[in-house]
Write a new protein. Sequence first.
Lengths: 171, 195
Amino acid sequence: MAKWRKAFPVDLADESFISRREFARFLGLVSAGFTAGIGYLWLRKKPLDGAPGPKGIPESAVDLGPADALKPGQSRLFTYRDKDDRCILLRTAEGELKAYRQTCTHLGCAVRFNGGQLECPCHNGFFECGHGFPVQGPPTRPLSGIALNVRPDGTLWAVGDLPKPGEGKEA
Amino acid sequence: MPLVNEEYGFFIDPQRCIGCRACVGACAECGTHRGRSMIHLDEMDRLASTQTVPTVCMHCEDPICAQVCPADAIKRSEDGVVHSSQKPRCIGCQNCELSCPFGVPIVFSGLEQMLKCDLCYDRTSEGHRPMCATVCPSQALLYVPKTQIESLRKNKPLREFTIGSLHVKTRNAVMVPDDDVPLHLDAALLIAGGF
């Protein structure tokens, strides 16, 4: 028997007829189930607020070595949260230390520092160094920044994620 | 007690038909047929013979009318009766009319629905015989227990037909002189031979 014939049987006994009342009951039960589920999640909302983040990794500080190791226009790579979280540390021409995630916000290529700007070689995207804003090419969102801290002993530490530029202005 | 069961059979004997058209009138009188007759009474060769042949639905085991229905409107109940098309589904496409090897289904214009012999299901399911079988004066249409037919008739019931390349097994039977050889009909050959 063809597969479609099972859905449209010749014999009345094989036909699975769903009445309007049965269909309405099914819809009602499913809707009630969803409503109950949403209510349950709402009740569970407060305990969930204190739960750890999605990856369960708290903010941590990573030692990046001596703060004066880089000269203006130089850069080096480091990893922050794990070995796949690749970041770039650079010293701008003005002597300011900046760190960004190395992932281009266009299609995820690794960006590099050309001495003046961060450039993505895949599609000729460019980001300025001050805040990671895109200035040329296809990227439209700024790079994700890493907060840096120089401790009294002269060592440089990555201490967390910078808020995205533009965020917090409304708050 | 319902009369649509394995015990009872419908036997059509064209040799006994006298062409009185009582079956045609009675069919229209059946409660659910609402004035529409679904029996075909055909004259074979009016110039040469008075032979007439009543045709009611043979209620095929594998009803080709239902197989070709694009709207899934023709259904067979558990007792083997192939019913008229379901009104909400039938689209009046006439596929069933064209496909039936016996030429039984009729798509009524105006109604835009296919109606066919349903063995007077409203009657047979309540213990009455089909209207046509109750009125046929020569018992060319006979509805009796299958075990009785041998004592009633000399000829044999035939329930298998080969029509062109189509092999059909039916619930109803046609009485023929010899049932050893399945009846083979080929309309194309008949037309070519000028009947």
